[in-house]
Design a protein around this ligand. Structure first.
Ligand code: GUN
Length: 300
């Protein structure tokens, strides 16, 4: 059966809902096996999160990361600094984590409070411990197609596709958003998987036309329901990275899910799509960093 036939059959039955919660659970279970192996042969993976200030969303994210990493068998610490902490104090915290051999992964939760130079803080992280994949070294390695740390959200997008047997090779991929955290690194990952990639952004002239041509749409701009149902080519795959508050206070993505789901062959919901994958990939990155630092080879 041709791909087209498979896709139209899928649309008639409704799309495959790419369940990020279930997929992340499977990733986390695999990570826990690897963590147990490291604990047996060396020591448990160590992750330290640096949280500056009291941004409510960041507090929630950090608690979720802490819980997931603890459940996977990691040693987790959170360093909390006040919103008025000077740049030097944050950089000194990163320096001491770089020097601490029991710490395999350092994550500085973003955004930092106003007035702080987050680029300078991130750049201080030892690239071997850069489990967020945000240092210039990690970004360069990804652009060069070399092994290295990949930012967790785009890594989660690729992982959910892989685990559902969706191949990017030869596909026309439209990425909406050009952030360092998602859009740019996802574009690199898709390119490395032989996709033809278009990165759209706020100055793109006809976003709808680009989307209508796409086999895969990745929406990562933070504009609620930006992607309309009729922008989705029948049979396309839609990954929604947006997490926005709708007028009713509920979480909504960057895609009009109900309308897009009538045309897509596969789509991620919000919540329960890419969000849970992000944390799972943080654990996966930390496990890998720990194995490398300990000189222990893990299967797979
Ligand atoms: N804030 C929102 N997403 C992220 C992320 O992936 N990493 C970090 N460090 N901060 C974030």
């Amino acid at each position: 059966m041709s791909t087209e036939n498979t896709m139209s059959a899928d649309i008639e039955n409704g799309p495959t809902v790419l369940d990020g919660k279930a997929t992340a659970k499977a990733v986390r279970a695999d990570v826990a096996v690897g963590a147990a192996r490291l604990t047996e042969l060396g020591r448990a993976p160590g992750l330290t999160v640096v949280l500056v200030g009291d941004d409510p969303a960041s507090q929630v994210y950090v608690r979720s990361k802490d819980k997931a990493a603890t459940e996977a068998g990691f040693v987790v610490n959170t360093i909390r600094l006040g919103a008025d902490a000077p740049q030097s104090e944050i950089e000194a915290a990163v320096d001491s984590l770089n020097a601490d051999d029991s710490v395999d992964g350092i994550l500085v939760q973003l955004p930092l409070p106003k007035g702080l130079d987050s680029d300078a803080v991130i750049e201080r992280i030892d690239p071997g411990k850069d489990v967020d994949g945000l240092t210039a070294t990690s970004v360069a390695r990804l652009a060069m197609g070399r092994d290295g740390m990949v930012p967790c959200t785009p890594a989660g997008c690729v992982e959910i596709l892989n685990r559902h047997g969706i191949d990017l090779s030869g596909k026309d991929v439209v990425v909406i958003g050009r952030s360092q955290l998602v859009g740019k690194p996802f574009a690199q990952l898709a390119l490395a998987r032989n996709a033809t990639v278009t990165i759209c952004h706020s100055r793109t002239r006809d976003l709808a036309a680009h989307c209508r041509n796409a086999d895969v749409i990745v929406a990562a701009v933070g504009v609620a329901k930006l992607v309309q149902g009729d922008w989705v080519k029948p049979g396309a795959v839609v990954l929604d990275v947006g997490i926005n508050r709708g007028e009713d206070g509920k979480l909504v993505g960057d895609v009009d899910y109900a309308a897009a789901a009538t045309r897509a062959s596969a789509i991620t919901p919000v919540p329960g799509g890419i969000g849970p994958m992000t944390i799972a990939m943080l654990l996966s990155n930390t496990l890998r960093a720990s194995a490398l630092r300990q000189g222990i080879e893990l299967a797979g």
